[in-house]
Design a protein around this ligand. Structure first.
Ligand code: GUN
Ligand code: ZN
Length: 426
């Protein structure tokens, strides 16, 4: 059945940081959808037909759903844990909590609640770390498939430096990952990400196994963490004394490519920056997490200048909000501290098409291009009294976007469509 979704419509076709002709905006626009796909985007008057049902969101703003390229599903009950930096935080709060995901019932319950949080915050796709247990990945994929939501996820591989309840072995990590990958990768909208947690929690044997998987399944993403925290870096290099630097551990195991998503990338050396650029490896900026865990300031302009493509992500539960609006807001502040600027158009591009480009998936998600998936968010820039008051004085689209980013969260999300289906009661 064809449907029209009406409102003020915004979509990006280029990066505002690079090109002036970067977006299309329809003051009274509409998106024509059928079977979860976008058939057309235009002025409402040009698409309206007597036979078409209309979902009318005026005066709200409709844009592609947010994409969160780095988030931890088993940390839904870790978010907002006090007083630690990365390594303490992992050992004190995170690993014990992730241990609970061995239980299928717990994992299943949390998977549904996790996806509810994503869509409540306007996020329609995510790249998620699961726990070490295959049960957790099964639960997440099953819940995402039931919603027809594009999820890229993997069970973490980790065979040392953690409590036994969240450890696998090199062989079991390989076997479980391969079995999950063969079951879920490319099934509907699901994709598998090979997921070595980070070098600290993988032995060289396990790193070898991740490299084998990467070779065997070259179209799978690989997600991990790198250079988030100074103590982490020192410990990592002590575990891999032959490595030239942190990146070299991943490089020497054959993981570098444009499918590699490296969370954080805060404290990088020039050689690492050059190799990331040469190999197309992606950096993922996690602003709320980097502030919350006291990790450091991501050098967006520096990496961009070097030719590295970056995503921007929540990193819940080191991150403190599921909202990509809040993520952009904190990202803006981190760039401010370094004399860098994040323009609102560039920010909203980043959270949609930019992240899709970082994933190599912009042909399906992150834009309003004809034929792409009808994953949409409907935003209300007057969602709270304070936002309404400020919005009275907003004169341009950019001003409105900035108000949404600085003051908005899930309250500003009026509706979220996943593959054309509304996730909130209509
Ligand atoms: N490095 C390894 N694991 C994690 C994690 O769960 N969160 C963050 N922020 N960094 C990590
Ligand atoms: Zn993370």
């Amino acid at each position: 059945m064809q449907q029209l979704i009406r409102g003020r419509v915004l979509g990006f076709h280029a990066d505002p940081a690079e090109t002036d002709d970067n977006h299309r905006y329809f003051e009274d626009g509409a998106i024509l959808i059928e079977n979860g796909r976008i058939l057309a985007v235009d002025d409402y008057a040009r698409l309206a037909r007597p036979d078409l049902p209309v979902l009318d969101h005026r005066p709200h703003l409709i844009m592609p759903g947010f994409i969160d390229p780095h988030i931890h599903f088993p940390q839904v009950q870790v978010i907002a844990s006090w007083g630690a930096q990365l390594l303490d935080w992992l050992n004190t709060y995170t690993f014990p909590e992730e241990a609970r995901f061995a239980d299928q019932d717990h994992a299943t319950r949390m998977a549904g609640l996790f996806l509810d949080q994503l869509t409540a915050h306007g996020t329609t796709s995510a790249v998620a770390f699961c726990s070490v247990h295959a049960t957790s990945a099964e639960a997440l994929f099953t819940a995402a498939e039931a919603r027809d939501m594009a999820m890229i996820a993997g069970k973490v591989m980790m065979d040392r430096n953690a409590i036994p309840a969240v450890q696998d072995t090199a062989q079991q990590g390989y076997d479980d990952s391969r079995r999950l990958l063969e079951k879920w990768h490319g099934r509907g909208r699901q994709r598998y990400a090979i997921t070595p947690r980070f070098a600290i929690t993988s032995t060289p044997e396990q790193m070898q196994a991740t490299g084998t998987l990467a070779r065997e399944f070259p179209d799978c993403h690989i997600q991990t963490h790198m250079s988030e925290n100074l103590d982490e870096i020192a410990f990592t290099l002590s575990l891999y004394p032959q490595a030239r630097d942190y990146l070299d551990i991943y490089e020497s195991h054959g993981l570098l490519s444009d499918r590699l998503l490296l969370g954080h990338c805060i404290h990088l050396h020039p050689r690492e920056i050059a190799r990331m650029a040469e190999t197309g490896s992606r950096a993922v900026f996690c602003p709320t997490s980097n502030l919350f865990l006291g990790s450091g300031l991501f050098d967006e302009a520096g990496l961009r200048k070097a030719g590295i493509v970056s995503g921007i992500a929540t990193d819940v539960g080191g991150g403190t909000s599921y909202s990509m609006l809040q993520t952009l807001s904190e990202g803006y502040k981190i760039l401010q501290l370094q004399g860098q600027k994040l323009h609102p158009l560039a920010g909203f591009h980043w959270a949609t098409r930019g992240n899709a480009m970082a994933l190599g998936m912009a042909d399906r998600i992150g834009t309003l291009d004809v034929g792409s998936d009808a994953d949409l968010v409907v935003l209300n820039s007057a969602a709270t009294p304070a936002m309404a008051l400020r919005s009275e004085r907003a004169e341009t689209l950019s001003e409105e976007l900035f108000i949404l980013q600085v003051m908005g969260d899930d309250r500003a999300v009026a509706q979220t469509y996943v593959a054309g289906r509304p996730m909130k009661p209509v």
